[in-house]
Design a protein around this ligand. Structure first.
Ligand code: HEM
Length: 138
């Protein structure tokens, strides 16, 4: 398998994995009775976001852009795929907002917001994978 595509896949697995895991991690970090739990949990959540999710998102997008520039694909499915990826980036940013929120107000429940982001993320990842694997001609 060409190395660039392998890099794209590896980064995607890490990015999509953390994007699915983060809302659950954030929701689990609220409404505890111990202050020490809040501090450690918020620290762990921030580390997952800054050390795994964000770098792998940058590598996934960078390698995808390199694949696009190498093969010069201008098919409609790629344009629609990029729209779905933009939605995934929005979910990533929203997770970042929630990470900040649990650091500032750890006692507030964020379950509803986390469920909403999870559902949106699953739908966008599924749509992206379908678009890139089926390559519909529209
Ligand atoms: C800005 C972000 C991205 C860009 C510019 C991009 C671009 C590309 C390009 C140009 C290809 C090569 C297509 C081909 O050879 O036919 C590709 C392959 C692929 N991309 Fe992305 N991509 C991005 C993000 C993503 C994301 C977020 C996912 C999944 C959730 C994804 C999944 C895939 C898969 C599975 C392939 C392999 C398709 C195949 O070999 O048939 N990509 N990407």
């Amino acid at each position: 398998m060409p190395l660039l595509k392998l890099l794209h896949f590896t980064a995607l697995i890490c990015w999509c994995g953390t994007l699915l895991y983060l809302p659950a991690l954030i929701a689990a970090g609220t409404r505890s009775s111990e202050t020490l739990f809040y501090r450690d949990h918020a620290h762990l959540t921030r580390m997952v976001f800054t050390l795994i999710a964000t770098p792998s998102a940058l590598v996934a997008i960078g390698s995808g852009t390199a694949l696009f520039m190498r093969d010069l694909i201008f098919d409609p499915w790629l344009i629609v795929k990029l729209t779905a990826v933009a939605g995934m980036v929005m979910c990533h940013a929203l997770c970042g907002v929630l990470v900040l929120r649990i650091e500032r107000y750890p006692e507030r429940s964020l379950t509803r917001q986390c469920v909403l982001i999870s559902v949106l993320t699953v739908a966008l990842i599924t749509a992206t994978l379908w678009l890139v694997l089926a390559k519909p001609s529209f």
